[in-house]
Structures are given as structure tokens and as C-alpha cells.
Write a protein that binds this ligand. Structure first.
Ligand SMILES: C[S@@+](CC[C@H](N)C(=O)[O-])C[C@H]1O[C@@H](n2cnc3c(N)ncnc32)[C@H](O)[C@@H]1O
Length: 556
């Protein structure tokens, strides 16, 4: 949302009896998205990853070879089993808790039946979660016998040919398969049985090293097929994590977590405090648990070896793997070659950045500081917006005198943060739910150049606010989650969010550096309002967020 400049006939919206800096609709609107530097790379990377994943290792036919045995023995005393059978020894905490913690409230959880100790150890970990009301063992007919369950929460449901259906098995929050997988179709039907926010976790039965061949080749053949297959089945986000910490005592393993909804990424990327809170609320006090939030944080970034084997796959487009955050080929122009001055983009455009020296085409700008950008992650972002909306909603409540002081206080402090992230940053849903990023250095002063004459942008950009259809968001904004598995992108998320633009022509000393704000729109839902806002600013009929803020402050 943009605002009318003082010269316009129309009045800008603002609180009637208030000296507050932001108008209601601006501060909490959440749809006004302006950022400073390259979101470009992220759109390009995602589309290339999508192409690679969907044209590359497509599924072939898979044979279901796993023969299950299960014999339910609940809650083993020690889940760190030392079975002599190779491929079964691993730390069950690493298998179970990341998926359980990622789900917002796992009540109904299924464990795929297999070897008795394995099933028991897995169940033991699941039942440490107080939220679990129903722990279901799924197994095939030949293994339908079992020991009497000793925990009332455990039940056994027969599952033929590994076909899970809502009719027979009901909806589940988490499905855990501790059995080493042998083929992708072993678990294709599990998708049907998961709730919309459901989580599946699989034991890859391997550890990935830098020496391994490309994902999808040789010993990583099945793993490559599985990661593709999960995306094709419909999981919107797939993550591979490796438990190496226990490798001295138990076989190290990597696991695959598949999230049915991309929104759950916000939970997968929970911060340390959030994981601690979830563990505190959910795990019984008498339970011992080595899994903790620092451990979870290490799982959130796939190991370098996984990125390496992923990028060794010739089907993965070079761009995604070539850049890996910062493109080593691109020469950087440091901040010391820039200055800040009055923008040339009109009376109300405020400050802008200018070249202190000639800058050739193809240069990146301010990369040395981009790493220091501010990131407001989904949980903090939603808290800020919740507070802002609360203050907004209560502002007009004239009868609530007692609350009035608090409302004003909350509004003043929170709206400044919202204004900062809206006016100087960009919003995205890359991490599952809305979050924002703001450049920390001079690049925050890059203004929008109208009619496509910008000089700092993504490679090949040629669109502008006057050439695009406000009613038609680009497909890249909607299809963002189609590349479910991309460890190369995942390992470089932060850089991807705040870098990637290059000068698209030679810039003369003294010229203003101008961006294309269209590429900073991170959500399809923001497209129309943002495009119309930019059109208004370019036509001189509306004020941008920052100009509006400063005018209001001056008038107050
Ligand atoms: C990221 S800030 C850029 C720095 C800003 N000019 C300042 O003085 O702090 C974005 C704000 O700059 C202003 N702006 C950017 N491009 C503009 C343009 N082409 N015309 C008018 N205002 C513009 C708007 O107020 C917008 O909210």
C-alpha cells in the first residue's frame, strides 16, 4: 500500500487523533513489500531446481522388496540399541525427535513395523512425547501377531503391501519408518494418510560422504530416486539430515524428513528457543533425552557432502550449484565506492546511493556487507504482526480507556519495526510462513527506477512496473515450492535472500544506483498491491512507505 503525496487531492489514511508515524493500513497491512537487493537469484535458483528435479531423475518402476516383521514391544528401556544386525544400529532419537518436534502437535503417530527391537526403540522415543494419544504400528498381514501392548496408547493396524489409506488407517500426524528403505514406492501411499501438516521420516540406511558419486548414481541411486519421488508424490519440502554425533557408538545415519506442506518449513527451521519450548512442553520430566535444540539446529542445514553429491548430478542445473550463495565469478564493488545523497527519483524519493567511481557492467555491489543483513524469521515476524494487529484493532475502542495507554505504547514500538521491515526490507515465504529480510548497509537506500531503466538487477531482467500485469503474478512466485529437495539452495538460504543482483550496464561516476523493486516481491499475494503501489510512485501520485513516514513525522 502506498500513500498520497501532499500535492495530491486524495487524503492519505492516518489515525485521526494520533501523532503516530504510521497509518493503520500501512503498519500491519503485511502486503506491502519493498526490498533492496537481489531476490532475483532465489527465483532463478528455484525455477532451475524445479526443472532439474522434474526433468531429471524421473521415477521408474520400483519394486517393493522389504519384508516386514513386527512384534510390538513398547517403550524399550534403552533406545540406543546395539543390535548385531548391520544396518539397524543407529540412534533412534535422531530418527524420531526432529520429525516430532517439527509437527505442531503430534497426537496420532505411526511407526512402520520391522524388527522387534527397532520398532520398540522407535516407539519408545515416540511415547516420550506427552502430546501422543495414539501410537500406531503399521505392518503387513504375515506379521499380524504381536505381544500384548503394555502402553494403552499403542495399537496395531494391519497394512497390506504397504498401502496406507485413510479408510483403513485414519489420518496421521507423523509417520516414522525406521526400516532401511530399498525403493521409493515402499512408502508412496503414506502421503494419503498424513494430515495436511503431516511429517514423514525415513531412514536412508546410509551416510553420505564427499567421496560418494552423484546423488542418483551407484550406491546413492535409490536415495536420488527417493528424493525425487517424494516431491512427485506431493511433499512440498524435503530435508536430509545426518546424525554424525553418535557415530562412535552407533552406526551414523542420514534421515529424510518430508513435509506435506511447505508451511511446515517454518517449524522445521524453528529457532533454539522454540525447540526448547516444544521439548519442555512435550517431553515428560522423567524421560532422558540427549536430543536438544543445538542438535536440532545442526540438522536444519544439510551437510556439505549432501550438497556436493546433489550438485554432482548432471541433471541439476549449473546455476543452482554454481552460485551456492555468492557467485565467485562476479567482481564486487565495495561500499567504499558508494555515497549517499538526495535521490534523483523525484521530490519525495528521499535518499539514494550514488557511484563514487565508474562501475562497469556485471558487477555486484556491497557483497561484503550483505551477509550482515537483518532477518526477521517466521516466528518473530508473526509475533510482531500479531501485536501490530492487536494495537490496530483496539485503537478505535473508545470504551476501553484502561487499555488505551498500552495500545499506544505497543503501536508505537511495533509499528516502527514493521515500517522498517516493510520500507527497507522485503517479505517472503521462503521459510514456510512470512518473514522479512533487510539489508544492513548502504544498499538499503537503493531506490526503484521506473519504466525498466534500473541499472542493478538480476541477470536478464527486462520487466518493469509499467509492463507487467498487476493481476497476474509471475509463475515463479506461485511455483516456489515445487523444488521440494534442494540441499544446495538450502545451505545458502541467507545469501540467496540478500544477494544476486549485478549492474546491467556501465554506470558513470556520480550516477544513482537504481534497483528494480519488482524482483523484491516475494509472495504472490503481494503482487497486485505492490505493482500498483510502484505504478503510483512512478506516476508521482503516491508516496512510498519511507517517504510517507518521514512526511508524517515532519508534520507531527
Ligand atoms: C528502500 S527505501 C529507499 C531509500 C529511501 N529513499 C530513503 O530515503 O531512505 C524505499 C523507499 O524509497 C522511496 N522510493 C524508492 N523509489 C522511489 C521512486 N522511484 N519514487 C519515489 N519514491 C521512491 C519510497 O518512499 C520507498 O518506500
Amino acid at each position: 500500500m502506498q500513500h498520497q503525496p501532499p500535492s495530491s487531492d486524495a487524503k492519505s489514511k492516518s489515525r485521526s487523533s494520533s501523532t503516530l508515524p504510521f497509518p493503520t493500513t500501512t503498519s500491519c497491512g503485511g502486503s506491502y513489500v519493498i526490498r533492496l537487493s537481489g531476490l532475483s537469484i532465489f527465483v532463478a535458483i528455484l525455477s532451475s531446481a524445479f526443472i532439474a528435479l522434474f526433468t531429471g531423475r524421473m521415477t521408474s518402476s520400483y519394486l517393493s522388496t522389504r519384508q516386514q516383521q513386527f512384534n510390538c514391544q513398547p517403550a524399550a528401556a534403552d533406545s540406543k540399541l546395539t543390535e548385531t544386525v548391520e544396518n539397524v544400529m543407529f540412534d533412534y532419537e535422531a530418527l524420531v525427535h526432529p520429525a516430532m518436534i517439527t509437527h505442531p502437535n503430534p497426537k496420532r503417530v505411526a511407526v512402520l513395523g520391522g524388527k522387534q527391537q527397532q520398532t520398540s526403540a522407535t516407539l519408545g522415543e515416540v511415547l516420550k512425547h506427552l502430546s501422543v494419544k495414539d501410537a500406531v504400528i503399521l505392518g503387513d498381514e504375515e506379521n499380524a501377531h504381536r505381544d500384548e501392548a503394555t502402553d494403552a496408547r499403542i495399537s496395531v493396524l494391519e497394512m497390506k503391501d504397504q498401502e496406507c489409506s485413510v479408510e483403513d488407517h485414519g489420518l496421521l500426524d507423523v509417520i516414522i519408518d525406521p526400516n532401511p528403505f530399498k525403493a521409493a514406492t515402499d512408502f508412496s501411499s503414506y502421503f494419503n494418510c498424513l494430515n495436511d501438516d503431516g511429517v514423514l521420516v525415513l531412514n536412508t540406511n546410509t551416510i553420505i560422504t564427499h567421496k560418494d558419486p552423484a546423488l542418483g548414481i551407484g550406491r546413492l541411486n535409490v536415495l536420488g530416486r527417493v528424493t525425487d519421488f517424494l516431491g512427485e508424490v506431493g511433499y512440498e519440502s524435503v530435508h536430509l539430515y545426518q546424525d554424525e554425533s553418535s557415530s562412535n557408538d552407533f552406526g551414523a545415519r542420514s534421515f529424510l524428513v518430508a513435509l506435506k506442506s511447505a508451511e511446515s518449513r517454518a517449524d522445521w527451521y524453528s529457532n533454539e528457543a522454540e525447540v526448547n519450548i516444544r521439548l519442555h512442553q512435550r517431553i515428560g520430566r522423567s524421560e532422558s533425552l540427549e536430543f536438544d535444540s543445538p542438535t536440532m539446529l545442526t540438522y536444519q542445514t544439510p551437510p556439505k557432502a549432501v550438497e556436493t553429491v546433489f550438485c554432482r548430478d548432471s541433471n541439476v542445473e549449473a546455476e543452482e550449484c554454481g552460485i551456492r550463495g555468492f557467485d565467485p565469478e562476479v567482481v564486487n564493488v565495495p561500499y567504499s565506492d558508494l555515497s549517499v545523497g538526495k535521490s534523483t527519483m523525484g521530490e519525495y524519493s528521499g535518499r539514494g546511493i550514488f557511484a563514487k567511481k565508474d562501475i562497469p557492467k556485471g558487477r555486484a555491489i556491497g557483497m561484503e556487507k550483505s551477509w550482515l543483513s537483518y532477518f526477521i524469521y517466521p516466528s518473530a515476524h508473526s509475533i510482531i504482526m500479531e501485536l501490530c494487529h492487536w494495537a490496530d484493532d483496539h485503537w478505535a475502542d473508545e470504551n476501553e480507556d484502561d487499555e488505551e495507554d498500552y495500545v499506544e505504547e505497543v503501536y508505537e514500538s511495533v509499528s516502527a519495526v514493521v515500517g522498517f521491515s516493510e520500507g527497507y526490507g522485503f517479505w517472503s515465504s521462503l521459510l514456510g510462513r512470512s518473514h522479512s529480510s533487510v539489508d544492513s548497509g548502504l544498499m538499503m537506500f537503493c531506490n526503484h527506477e521506473c519504466n525498466g531503466t534500473y541499472n542493478l538487477c538480476q541477470d536478464g531482467a527486462n520487466d518493469s512496473e509499467d509492463s507487467v500485469d498487476p493481476n497476474q503474478p509471475p509463475e515463479s512466485l506461485s511455483s516456489i515450492w515445487r523444488s521440494a529437495f534442494s540441499p544446495a539452495f538450502e545451505r545458502n538460504l541467507r545469501q540467496a535472500l540478500i544477494s544476486g543482483d549485478k549492474t546491467n550496464r556501465d554506470i558513470k561516476k556520480g550516477e544513482e544506483i537504481l534497483c528494480n523493486y519488482l524482483e523484491f516481491i516475494g509472495r504472490a499475494s503481494d503482487w497486485e498491491a505492490d505493482v500498483r503501489g510502484l505504478q503510483g510512485q512512478c506516476a508521482g501520485t503516491e508516496l512510498g512507505e519511507i517517504s510517507f513516514y518521514e512526511r508524517e513525522k515532519q508534520q507531527a
